[in-house]
Design a protein. Structure first.
Length: 87
């Protein structure tokens, strides 16, 4: 009877083929308000793509853009405070 063995080295998990670390999950949680605001803006822009934007579409895009800017400001302020103040 022949012995069957692998002819190559043990295959290890690739750098990108793993679960997110706790630090990565925390970073995603911190950035989630911005991510959600950007998704809302993209949704509003996609809705207005295939037709002439109405006043309601323009208002929805403007409000979504303002939410993105607010979320970015809050994220920057949060990270600046966590790093010990202004640079």
């Amino acid at each position: 009877m022949e012995h069957i063995a692998a002819l190559q080295a043990v295959v290890t998990a690739d750098e990108y083929d793993r679960e997110p670390t706790a630090a990565e999950l925390d970073a995603i949680e911190v950035e989630s308000p911005l991510i959600l605001a950007e998704v809302d803006l993209l949704d509003a822009q996609i809705t207005a793509l295939d037709r002439t934007p109405t006043e309601l579409d323009a208002r929805r895009i403007r409000r979504a853009r303002n939410r993105v800017l607010t979320a970015r400001r809050d994220l920057v302020n949060r990270t600046t405070d966590a790093n010990g103040g202004a640079a």
